[in-house]
Design a protein around this ligand. Structure first.
Ligand SMILES: CC(C)(COP(=O)(O)OP(=O)(O)OC[C@H]1O[C@@H](n2cnc3c(N)ncnc32)[C@H](O)[C@@H]1OP(=O)(O)O)[C@@H](O)C(=O)NCCC(=O)NCCS
Length: 171
């Protein structure tokens, strides 16, 4: 199975928005109250916000394509686009999502390797990310790729106060 990456452009904003919503609900709806999920979704999954993300010169968003079908996406943040002030020595892997029907086929690994290589090529000292403390599958994946916990930050899903672990991998 051949995976390729395509940098998402502004003409694909609607498609990206739909993918953001679908992957988020697929990943988190089972473990969260629908009221909190809906409140979060209404705030975050807007076309304006998606266009703003695509327009930020310090972010890069890529679709993973399998036979021209979108299978997932990744969002990388540089410099001030990072969601925590980690400075120019760091690259944030803000999001990595694979659609359910494509999971377990090494597409996540492909996206992760791309992110790590991008951080190496741009001379970063480390790559980091935030992950919900109860997202066991993602935690296992990040541990297996050599990420270690270095902190945490609060995350609000609707009115539910959650805890995200911050993980980094030195390069
Ligand atoms: C986490 C995620 C990106 C991994 O992508 P993937 O394409 O399914 O994973 P891969 O096939 O590349 O496998 C990578 C590793 O993940 C783990 N993994 C994959 N599928 C798994 C499964 N069904 N159960 C448990 N672990 C699994 C394995 O450790 C695997 O390592 P291996 O190569 O030693 O087998 C994907 O499952 C996903 O999108 N999950 C939902 C969204 C999410 O939680 N994103 C992270 C938010 S912080």
């Amino acid at each position: 199975m051949a995976v390729t990456l395509k940098r998402v452009d502004l003409t694909e904003a609607e498609q990206l928005l739909a993918l953001r919503q679908q992957t988020f609900f697929d990943a988190f709806a089972a473990q969260n109250d629908p009221v909190h999920m809906q409140a979060y979704a209404e705030k975050v999954f807007t076309i304006e916000n998606t266009i703003a993300e695509l327009s930020n010169p310090e972010s890069e968003i890529y679709f993973a394509l399998v036979d021209n079908e979108v299978a997932g996406y990744v969002k990388l943040n540089f410099n001030d686009a990072q969601t925590e002030p980690q400075g120019s020595e760091a690259l944030e892997l803000e999001r990595i999502y694979v659609l359910e029907k494509f999971q377990g086929q090494k597409i996540g690994k492909y996206l992760m390797d791309y992110a790590i290589n991008k951080a190496i090529e741009t001379n970063k000292k480390y790559i980091w990310l935030g992950v919900w403390e109860h997202n066991q599958k993602a935690l296992a994946f990040y541990h297996s790729k050599g990420f270690v916990v270095f902190g945490s930050h609060p995350f609000k899903l609707g009115t539910d106060n959650q805890n995200d672990l911050l993980m980094k991998k030195l390069l």
